[in-house]
Design a binder for this molecule. Structure first.
Ligand SMILES: [Zn+2]
Length: 318
């Protein structure tokens, strides 16, 4: 069953892209890559670029970092459309979506602890321990409610990623019925991202390949809610020279001190294997971005899950 068609040419109207950083620290190079990719691919076809702050995971949210990320993006010349959406203010929309899934009997209460799931899952799925379906037919009496889970059918799903091509996953094997809301009131990322993208009219999602494995869950959730899923394009992840994923804590091309200069934007373009402006010409960040919008080419993006990055140079991987 094919759930998503190709990225670029099938839609007749201008695309609606988005950038959705988590405010867990300052902007870092890995996040800048997703900003550059999503911005260029929305703008080059005259589309909108929306901004969403994914501040759902409140224990990890660092006060002040949303403002710091937005300030850095502005300094790099990014301009977004419309008001900024904060996930922490969207509970009513998530609850309405859950009500809809309840009416369709697509969700059920689960009382299993993480320990019980680990003990009962003989094989890990691609995305961690696979939920074995213990509570599918009802919660045994006396068990505390721990989570609300979405039923997944036992069939193969596939979608066409604009960089990675045909991507398949059997949800039942990879993750099993997955959590949409925890009993402590926390909404799952998978639910929030689907409801947010749908409500904002997002038609293309450009983000790091660390989320490639959760895309099928999101596409399936779109279909359960009667939504049309957006197109997906996953960018290779930047790894540090020691092979670790770049994070806010581990960023050899740290943007601190370089916010508002052209260097990080040029490194992002080089990392994504795009054409660079002629050397020796001084360009302001907004000029680099304007150049990037014109020349950005999906076909040139390296088709590798991750790439090493040392001053933005692509090492031979894969
Ligand atoms: Zn359970």
């Amino acid at each position: 069953m094919m759930l998503s068609e190709s990225f670029d040419n099938d839609r007749k109207t201008a695309p609606v892209g988005r950038f959705a950083p988590s405010p867990t620290g300052p902007l870092h190079f890995g996040t800048l890559l997703a900003a550059v990719g999503s911005y260029c691919l929305a703008r080059q076809r005259g589309g909108q670029w929306l901004m969403r702050i994914e501040d759902l995971d409140s224990p990890r949210v660092v006060p002040g970092s949303a403002a710091s990320i937005l300030h850095a993006l502005e300094a790099f010349g990014f301009e977004w459309d419309g008001p900024i959406v904060y996930q922490s203010e969207r509970s009513a929309a998530y609850e309405a979506a859950l009500d809809r899934l309840r009416q369709e009997h697509l969700v059920y209460d689960c009382g299993c602890s993480r320990k019980e799931i680990l003990a009962s899952a003989p094989h890990h799925g691609e995305e961690g321990p696979r939920y074995p379906g213990t509570c599918r037919d009802g919660l045994s009496s006396g068990r505390p409610l721990r989570a609300l889970r979405l039923r997944v059918p036992d069939r193969l799903f596939c979608f066409n990623d604009a960089v990675f091509g045909l991507t398949e996953q059997r949800l039942a094997d990879a993750v099993g019925d997955f959590v949409l809301k925890r009993a402590d009131g926390m909404y799952a990322y998978q639910l929030a991202v689907v409801v947010d993208d749908h409500d904002a009219g997002v038609t293309q999602v450009v983000r790091g390949a660390d989320l490639l494995g959760s895309t099928v869950r999101q596409i399936y959730l779109h279909s359960c809610l009667g939504y049309c899923a957006p197109d997906y394009l996953h960018l290779p992840l930047a790894l540090s020279p020691d092979g670790m994923k770049l994070s806010k804590r581990n960023d050899p091309v740290g943007l601190q001190g370089e916010v508002g200069s052209s260097g990080p934007l040029l490194r992002a373009l080089r990392f994504l294997n795009q054409s660079l402006p002629l050397e020796g010409i001084e360009m302001q960040p907004h000029e680099v971005l304007a150049w990037a919008v014109k020349i950005f080419d999906i076909a040139k993006i390296p088709r590798a899950l991750s790439l090493l990055d040392q001053d933005g140079l692509i090492s031979e991987v894969k």
